[in-house]
Design a protein around this ligand. Structure first.
Ligand code: UN1
Length: 494
């Protein structure tokens, strides 16, 4: 094992109206989930009064920012991508792995992904920004232009400490909004790093405000009358609460919530490819992705063969310190998460599941959970209500069911209130086309894992996985702008 370099804890600060400030609320400590005694960053949280000051600063900056040419706004995003994130991807990736617990390779990859997102939205000024319609009246044109919402509240989770903030903040800023951002208190250091990158690239004071702290800050942002839109990624419970608050106050909400994503392996699939991809989908990032594979549906004819191949791969799956390049899977983010996931596994077993893979040794210190595969009871009623089938554990846990044929397997995929993503492994184009028709999901992978997202295409779920417009690509502008329809005529008779 390589040892983590002993870096001193970074002093956490908040950014309000262009000034970095120490917080006045409770102590805030970000620890390494692989070595909880190692403090990555520390400081004090921001207060609800800081939210008010941040919203005021964002309001004050809003008009000038909205009037800044889109290309100038974009140039700042591109500079931040190049000068900070790409140039420092290794160092930032290491900080990310130490703070969140994903592997160094995943951490560095995530920093580069954030840079790619900043570059994508940095170039948004080059793309179509509005429409011109013919008018039924002489001498008139009808234009549809897009305008920013104003001040956007951004609330982000721990699991992608820099990529998810980038894919909310980059379009928010590119389309001319100003931002008040509350990241997860578990990953404040990477939030500070993204903010520093943007400020260092020339973002004017007040355009991006960063407040780190407890969930109360999020509530204060959601309830603040000066906020014009809220974008959130996180738990279904909180997402629904925010959506309800937004509906009550007439503020648009974009909420990206839970997933209970299924992978289907049909009898004609390439089983080695499928085993590799299911492994990645279920256990990369320690299963802490809303797009992770947490349900596996195997066609009877190949179920045992597939499970043997998955078991063989998991035999070589190394769990440990994520900064060690040999390690495949790090810890989960916190002791609470570890306890909750282990309790979920126990509940599923008590409800009749069988432990197929798991219970292997993991490091004793640190918040580790072994990669776990549970087979659910063959009785469909008991299987359908098993916790591992219905609840998002947000950890490295895969629940398995068997199906007679493709149609039965696809029906099982849809047996969920969520519909974020799904993966189908088959070489039969007819079955692949059936999956496109039948599966009620926002993202469908044919012969690749359920996780992953590209910046230029829509991201988001069907059913109860998402609320409001989708994220990324051209879809993002549906949330971050509103349209003004302009009836344009000359001032003298035609
Ligand atoms: C991915 O699958 O690479 O919270 C991204 C999440 C999602 C992002 C998934 N919003 O896990």
């Amino acid at each position: 094992m390589t040892t983590t370099p002993s870096v001193g804890a970074v002093d956490l600060r908040h950014l309000v109206g262009g000034r970095w400030e120490s917080g006045g609320a409770e102590p805030l400590v970000s620890a390494n989930p692989a070595r909880p005694e190692e403090i990555v960053a520390a400081g004090r949280g921001a207060t609800a009064a800081d939210v008010d000051r941040a919203v005021t600063a964002a309001r004050r900056a809003a008009r000038a920012w909205a009037r800044t040419p889109m290309h100038e706004r974009g140039a700042i995003l591109i500079r931040a991508a190049a000068a900070a994130l790409e140039a420092e991807s290794g160092a930032l990736g290491l900080e990310l792995a130490r703070e969140e617990g994903k592997t160094l390779a995943e951490g560095t990859g995530e920093v580069l992904r954030a840079a790619q997102i900043l570059r994508y939205y940095g170039n948004e000024g080059d793309r179509v920004a509005g429409e011109v319609f013919a008018s039924p009246r002489r001498g008139e044109r009808i234009l549809v232009t897009r305008k920013p919402l104003g001040v956007v509240g951004v609330i982000t989770p721990f699991n992608f400490p820099i990529a998810i903030p980038a894919w909310k903040i980059a379009p928010a800023l590119a389309y001319g909004n100003t931002v008040v951002w509350k990241p997860s208190g578990a990953v404040p250091l990477l939030a500070a790093r993204l903010t520093e990158a943007l400020v260092g690239a020339g973002l004017p004071d007040g355009v991006l405000n960063l407040l780190i702290g407890s969930g109360e800050l999020g509530t204060a942002i959601v309830n603040h009358p000066g906020v014009d839109g809220i974008t959130f990624t996180g738990s279904t419970t909180i997402g629904r609460r925010i959506a309800a608050a937004g509906a009550a106050s007439g503020v648009p909400v974009q909420a990206e919530m839970g997933g209970k994503n299924a992978a289907v392996v049909l009898a004609d699939a390439d089983l080695d490819l499928a085993a590799e991809q299911v492994l990645f989908g279920a256990f990369r990032s320690t299963g802490q992705k809303c797009t992770a594979t947490s349900r596996l549906i195997l066609q009877d004819a190949v179920a045992d063969d597939f499970l043997d191949r998955l078991r063989a791969r998991l035999d070589d799956w190394i769990v440990g310190d994520p900064t060690d390049p040999a390690v495949h899977m790090g810890p989960v983010v916190s002791e609470t998460a570890r306890r909750d996931i282990r309790a979920g596994i126990d509940r599923s077993l008590a409800e009749g599941a069988t432990l197929l893979i798991g219970g292997r040794e993991v490091p004793e210190t640190g918040h580790f959970v072994p990669a776990t595969v549970l087979e659910l009871p063959s009785d469909p009623v008991r299987a359908a209500s098993n916790s591992a089938w219905t609840e998002e554990f947000f950890g490295p846990v895969l629940s398995v069911r068997r199906a007679r044929d493709a149609a039965t397997a696809f029906a099982l995929v849809d047996e969920s209130e969520f519909g974020l993503s799904a993966a189908v492994f088959t070489q039969d184009i007819t079955r692949a086309l059936d999956a496109v028709e039948d599966l009620d999901v926002g993202i469908l992978h044919i012969n690749s894992e359920s996780a992953g997202a590209d910046p230029h295409v829509p991201f988001g779920g069907a059913k109860k996985s998402g609320y409001g417009p989708k994220e990324q690509g051209a879809a993002a502008k549906e949330f971050f702008t509103h349209t003004t329809t302009v009836y344009l005529r000359g001032g003298s008779p035609a």
